[in-house]
Design a protein around this ligand. Structure first.
Ligand code: MSP
Length: 671
């Protein structure tokens, strides 16, 4: 019987549209799932959306929608994007689906019946953005994970007896496979060793969640609700025999992939919940690093996201997949830039695999009437065969199994594709073709067979990462459907001589420089910098880029970004000045944006501010505002913004401009 393989992504919050940070995790999982299927495993790949909780309720309110309408819209965006990208998930779970809600309640009941849930009172701080209880924080303290100010909650809650699992969790971590990579495992071990407190797992001050069974005045804490998706989606708690069988077959998960900021939830709370319910824990939890853009973690609240659609429109899904897995060392943070993307695309895909395919197949068409020639054993070159068989196939097996995607791709590209390119150049098949003697003809057949066989091997090894292109090359090689190939049996010489090639077309046309500009412009047009996801009463710089962004930090004791101390010299670098608004007008087709001309004493500046929903332009004329005067200018909607206005961002993202009670002269500096 085929081995089963169950892999999951985190389920994504529906408070923000998808960006390439989300795509990164999904692509990594899709790659693993595709490779497992090709190896013959009975694979189940799950993704979905996380739709309950206060954060979603508030985001919906701010958008003037019901939470369900709001969740429906954003969940559909994720689902459609994965479809468009050809993601091969077998199911898509939404936590607002009835199947999840009912089964989740079953899990709650089970844990309560097992004696690990009790009622108590919680007074403390809560971070709505992270949906996280912050132990030990005082009112007004920032969240240790995201730096936003926490809110005080005083509630009667249900508590989960996390404290009962400290030793069992430490035993679990003794297995080095449970948390990968090692650095994350060490962080989790030290967190758990420092002691575990019972966790509040219900809320009663709002209602957007799954009701606690038999106590509907409480809703289940969103993280508890969300984590359960991994078992509810495959049938836990269902009364249907089919669903129960699926659960028996697929659980425990083989790989649960997450970003590093949610390690604690997955490696501490999740296995504890499962143990409390008497269920097995997942085999491996793999945490990857962050995708950075403009030097900080790509996220909606920082306004530095790159949409996946832009890249799909210009270069296609394979380009993004290849770039992310080749360029970023899995487990570490990595930067995204359009320049690097296009450079990689051209050097490795257009000139690398794409060029090898088209030159090899075109020559077989020309010199052998489109039929794979026979290699002569006497004249065969063993070098390429040995690289493929002794180096690249075993390296790929090892590297893919260890989630070292970049190393696996390096092996295929640098060891094999580059060697075959060199082999073709050295042997000059085009010169051999001109000679009529038999030796040259046999040699030509051997060289082209070798190139085509190496191409076949490179293609099927690269398939999980570049599935579209690989499937096309496979058909062009005359081999039919690549998904039917048994990767576990891959070896040299499986390409049958005489195979009739399919139609040959380039799979990766070269991208010119304008591709970079086009993508940048497409993103500029989408970016309306307004604080959508900031906690209440936070000072926010409304126009232009977001406030100093939290840097990547460990998930368990992440750096408190906003509370991090700076020196007076750091502060002095920011030139804050009083200005007066001379001109204010709406920007066409940008609902949130105003174009302002602001006199700052020495000059009049054009500033674009995301405040159109809170201020009518005519009310701003003559108003004194505070602007960050020494910010590098940038373009928004094709207009230059030269500075940034300071405002408080209220609940739901509404901006309130900073001002003065006394009269202050235009141009005065704030120190
Ligand atoms: N809803 C929770 C997860 C619940 S799982 C039971 C959540 N959602 S999220 O929408 O914020 O998505 C988090 C995941 O998206 C990260 O763990 C990571 O997998 C991916 N990423 C989002 N932004 C990312 C980057 N900038 N870089 C890399 N991955 C990122 O947390």
């Amino acid at each position: 019987m085929a081995k089963k393989f169950y892999i999951t992504t985190p389920i994504y919050y529906v408070n923000a549209r998808p960006h390439i940070g989300h795509a990164y995790t999904t692509i990594a999982c899709d790659t693993i799932a595709r490779r497992q299927r090709l190896l013959g495993a009975d694979t189940f790949f799950l993704t979905g959306t996380d739709e309950h909780g206060q954060k979603i309720e508030r985001a919906a309110q701010a958008a003037g929608k019901t939470p369900q309408q709001y969740a429906d819209e954003i969940s559909a965006q994720f689902r459609n994007l994965w479809k468009r990208m050809g993601i091969s998930n077998d199911d898509y779970i939404r936590t607002t689906e009835e199947r999840h809600e009912k089964r989740m309640q079953e899990l709650f009941r089970k844990i309560r019946d097992n004696g690990f849930i009790y009622k108590g009172t919680y007074t403390g701080q809560y971070c709505v953005s992270c949906e996280l209880y912050v132990d030990g924080a005082q009112p007004g303290d920032p969240c240790p994970t995201c730096g936003r100010i926490t809110e005080t909650v005083h509630e009667e809650n249900y508590f989960f007896k996390l404290s009962a699992f400290q030793d069992k969790l430490l035993e679990l971590y003794a297995n080095p496979e449970f948390i990968r990579p090692e650095t994350r495992r060490n962080e989790v071990i030290s967190f758990v060793r420092s002691g575990l407190r019972d966790q509040s797992i219900s809320r009663s001050t709002f209602s957007w969640g799954i009701p606690v069974p038999d106590d509907p005045g409480h809703v289940i804490y969103v993280w508890f609700d969300a984590l359960a998706n991994y078992v509810t989606a495959i049938g836990y708690g269902s009364t249907h025999a089919g669903a129960q069988d699926a659960f028996k077959k697929y659980w425990p998960a083989d790989v649960q992939m997450i970003g590093k900021e949610i390690v604690r939830f997955h490696c501490v709370y999740w296995p504890a919940f499962l143990m409390a319910a008497g269920l097995p824990v997942p085999k491996t939890i793999v945490a990857h690093g962050w995708l950075l853009f403009e030097e900080s973690k790509m996220s909606k609240s920082r306004g530095n996201i790159v949409r996946t659609e832009t890249i799909l429109d210009v270069l296609g899904a394979d380009a993004l997949r290849y770039f992310l897995l080749r360029e970023v060392v899995f487990g570490q943070d990595g930067s995204f830039s359009f320049d690097a993307l296009v450079q990689r695309y051209n050097s490795d895909l257009a000139n690398g695999l794409g060029n090898l395919a088209s030159r090899t197949l075109t020559m077989i068409n020309r010199y052998f009437k489109g039929e794979v020639p026979r290699s002569s054993p006497e004249l065969a070159d063993e070098v390429i065969r040995e690289i493929a068989e002794k180096v690249v196939i075993p390296e790929c097996n090892q590297f893919f199994a260890d989630y070292h995607f970049s190393a696996a791709l390096e092996s295929i590209w640098i060891r094999l594709i580059a060697a075959v390119d060199k082999y073709i150049v050295t042997n000059e098949p085009w010169s051999l073709a001109e000679k009529q003697d038999e030796h040259s003809q046999v040699r030509l057949a051997t060289v082209l067979y070798t190139a085509a066989e190496a191409l076949r091997i490179a293609t099927v090894l690269a398939y999980p990462v570049v599935p579209d292109a690989a499937a096309k090359i496979w058909t062009q090689l005359g081999l039919g459907d690549i998904k039917q190939f048994d990767l576990s049996k891959l070896s040299w010489g499986q390409l049958p001589p005489g195979t009739k090639l399919g139609d040959v077309h380039p799979v990766f046309p070269r991208a010119d420089k304008s591709a970079i500009e086009r993508m940048q412009q497409m993103e500029e047009q989408q970016r309306v910098p307004v604080a959508e996801d900031k906690p209440s009463s936070e000072i926010n710089l409304v126009a232009e880029m977001p406030v100093a962004a939290p840097q990547a930090g460990p998930p368990v004791s992440a750096t408190p970004a906003v509370s991090e101390k700076i020196t007076i010299d750091d502060f002095a670098k920011i030139e804050l000045r009083v200005g007066v608004v001379k001109v204010a007008e709406r920007v066409p087709k940008a609902d949130k944006l105003l174009r302002l001309e602001i006199d700052i004493g020495t000059e009049v500046r054009q500033v674009l501010a995301g405040i159109a929903e809170a201020y009518a332009p005519e009310t701003l004329i003559g108003r004194k505002v505070v602007i960050v005067a020494n910010l590098a200018p940038r373009k928004l909607r094709g207009l230059e913004s030269n500075g940034m206005i300071v405002a408080a961002s209220l609940e739901g993202g509404k901006p309130v401009l900073a001002g003065f009670l006394e009269d202050v002269p235009v141009g005065a500096r704030l120190k």
